[in-house]
Design a protein around this ligand. Structure first.
Ligand SMILES: Nc1ncnc2c1ncn2[C@@H]1O[C@H](COP(=O)(O)OP(=O)(O)OP(=O)(O)O)[C@@H](O)[C@H]1O
Ligand SMILES: [Mg+2]
Length: 656
């Protein structure tokens, strides 16, 4: 048997035959080789003993086989020696008759080598056929995909927030490192497990399931869902779960990317803040309640449209309603003094009629069940609520105690004024006695004269009539003095009337005259002729003038080196006011004590009470006037008061 290496149409083979002229076989082989040479993939045929008997043109081109490789075993051909266990594999294929595959790298190329049994015409496996498929490009794209997958994995693993990919039926596919670490699970344990089994079933929430399904169906976007659970080694946690649909080109199945955000710390901080602000709120409410209790001030809110009323505890106490009982306008009406009910209606009317509220301040009374009266002072502020409806926010203060003490103070003041008056008059006893004595001695003289005239013969009837008239005149004078004194002594309530201040001044001076004379005071009167009338209380104003005259006289007691001059002046002031001033040449007033003079019980006199000026000032203020003191340019001081002038005629006078 001869073996010959022949080249047939660029393919090389080892032709074996009994003789070279076996033409038919040669032709068939040549045809086959010619076909194989058209195939792009390298093909190598070997005997069972791994000796190469054929390779096609592609094998020569791609693998670099040369005709000298025919008849050599694989291990002697350098390009094939790189294929691990090639001879062993080929033997197995030849023995089993079953194909085998192997990856083969040749420099920078990758091949998949398919090893198939080679069967001869007698169906005997006489060798193997190696077909090389170049998969370099395919392998490159796989490598790229693997590389990208690894990169993505690395990136996902560096993301702090846990991420997991779910299948469309919401089973876990894969997660990042943070995911497995958070739930304390491994990849294998969770692969294919429903999301709802995670975290001890914490995600078994209807809202979550519906949302995921709707999102996958494309009908709704996913809204984050909060879940509370206990995480192994971490304790109770609150997670916010968010989800996005994932779709892959060329794949119909949609997946879901789920992220978990641990908001426990934030929740705890918020809860702590809530607790803090709740505690602060409670504290400030307690402060407010205590403040309301101490100041006896309650507050309320009244929605005018619905008559919805909210009261503070203190207001319940003021109204003496049981705390917490719903407050209605009807209930309030049962307490409000009938004379003050209109205030409530007015508030409502103003608010509704003008379509806008106005702030209010008013005083009103309550009649309590024991018939006692409470005086309240309220301030209401109108606001609009969120719907634009009118609402009053009000503070209500119980001013009963203040009111009572004001009344008591007024009472005490009037008592004090009376004491001051009586004291002043006590000092004037001598003067008063003189005032009364004068008309009395006139009466006696006139009566004697009258008797004498009647006893004459013939009786002097005309003269007697005249003296009787004088008797009556003097009697009236005495009676006037007594009336004036009685008025000054009696405790009369304020009686406002139209007064001529000149006349008032003259009457007081008449009472004080002899006292002034006794003290060697030179009185000068400057009474304005065009003085407008005023409205006031005669007795009180006389008391003021009397005080000023007495003080002036007292201030000049120790003056021996100059005339004890006293000037009483009335005048019209700008702005329709009337002024009365009493100017003396006494010791004067130290500027430092100028402010103290009007304080009650401030006196520099051994027998003084120090109430004259304080009572006088409150009287003048009661007449809307003012009383003040000034030092003179020369010696002494001037005390003046001014009060508004009243209407010109009595008929127009209106009591104030
Ligand atoms: N014209 C004046 N000149 C100087 N000091 C005066 C004059 N008027 C009042 N004062 C001072 O003002 C003080 C207070 O006067 P006020 O009339 O209030 O009380 P009082 O005269 O001392 O006592 P009383 O209660 O009896 O009037 C006087 O003690 C005196 O020091
Ligand atoms: Mg005095």
């Amino acid at each position: 048997m001869t073996t010959e290496r022949v080249m047939l149409n660029d393919g090389w083979t080892c032709f074996q035959g009994a003789n070279a002229d076996d033409a038919a076989a040669y032709t068939a082989t040549a045809d086959l080789i010619s076909i194989l040479n058209t195939v792009d993939a390298p093909i190598v045929v070997a005997r069972r003993d791994s000796v190469i008997v054929f390779f096609n043109k592609a094998a020569a081109d791609v693998l670099g086989l040369s005709p000298s490789d025919i008849g050599r075993p694989f291990c002697d051909v350098s390009v094939l020696a790189g294929l691990p266990r090639l001879e062993e594999r080929c033997s197995q294929v030849a023995a089993s008759g079953v194909d085998s595959r192997a990856d083969f790298r040749e420099r920078d190329r990758w091949f998949v080598v398919r090893i198939s049994p080679y069967t001869n015409g007698d169906r005997q496996v006489t060798g193997t056929v190696l077909t090389f498929t170049n998969v370099t490009a395919f392998r490159g794209s796989i490598d790229q995909a693997i590389y990208e997958r690894e990169c993505t994995k690395a990136i996902l693993n560096t993301v702090g927030d846990p991420l997991v990919v779910l299948s469309a039926d919401q089973r876990i596919q894969s997660g990042n490192r943070a995911f497995y670490s958070m739930f304390g699970v491994s990849r294998d344990e969770t692969q294919g497990v429903p999301l709802y089994d995670l975290g001890g079933g914490a995600f078994e929430l209807a809202l979550l399931r519906t949302q995921l399904e709707e999102m996958l169906a494309g009908s709704h976007a996913f809204q984050p869902v909060e879940a509370d659970l206990v995480l192994p080694g971490k304790g109770p946690r609150t997670l916010v779960l968010d989800a996005r649909p994932l779709s892959f080109p060329g794949h119909s199945e949609r997946r879901v990317l789920v992220t978990f955000q641990d908001i426990t710390a934030r929740k705890q901080a918020e809860a702590a803040k809530d607790l803090r602000s709740e505690a602060e709120l409670r504290r400030s409410e307690a402060f407010l309640a205590e403040g309301q209790r101490l100041s006896v001030t309650g507050s309320f809110c009244w929605k005018v449209a619905t008559d919805e009323i909210t009261w503070s505890e203190q207001l319940y106490r003021i109204y003496e309603f049981e705390i917490g009982v719903p407050v209605t306008l009807e209930r309030i009406r049962t307490r409000v003094h009938p004379g003050d009910l209109s205030v409530l209606e007015k508030m409502k009317m103003v608010g509704q009629a003008r379509g806008g509220g106005h702030d209010f301040e008013w005083q009103y009374r309550l009649i309590m069940p024991d018939h006692s009266i409470k005086y309240l002072h309220a301030v209401a502020h109108a606001i609009r609520d969120r719907d634009g409806q009118l609402e009053y926010i009000a503070a209500v203060q119980d001013v009963t105690a203040r009111r009572m003490s004001e009344e008591a103070l007024a009472e005490a003041r009037s008592e004090l004024a009376k004491v001051a008056r009586v004291t002043s008059l006590g000092v004037l006893t001598a003067s008063i006695a003189h005032e009364v004595n004068q008309p009395l001695s006139g009466i006696i003289t006139n009566a004697s004269t009258c008797l004498r005239m009647l006893d004459a013969d013939p009786p002097n009837v005309d003269g007697a009539r005249e003296t009787a008239r004088r008797t009556i005149r003097d009697g009236n004078r005495a009676s006037d003095v007594i009336t004036r004194l009685r008025a000054l002594f009696s405790k009369k309530e304020f009686t406002f009337e139209l007064l001529d201040l000149n006349e008032v001044t003259r009457e007081v001076i008449a009472l004080s005259l002899s006292d002034l004379q006794r003290n060697r005071v030179a009185l000068q009167l400057e009474l304005a002729e065009d003085l407008p009338t005023i409205i006031g209380d005669r007795i009180q104003l006389q008391q003021v003038i009397l005080n000023l005259l007495r003080n002036a006289s007292d201030a000049m007691v120790d003056v021996h080196d100059r005339p004890r001059q006293l000037l009483v002046r009335t005048e019209r002031e700008d702005g329709d006011r009337v002024r009365v001033s009493v100017r003396d040449a006494g010791v004067g007033v130290d500027p430092r004590s100028m402010n103290k003079l009007f304080d009650a019980f401030y006196t520099t006199k051994s027998d003084g009470m120090g109430i004259g000026l304080s009572v006088s000032r409150s009287i003048i203020e009661g007449h809307q006037g003012r009383l003040w003191a000034e030092s003179n340019d020369g010696p002494g001081a001037t005390f003046s008061f001014s009060i508004p002038s009243g209407p010109e005629s009595v008929t127009n006078a209106a009591p104030r």
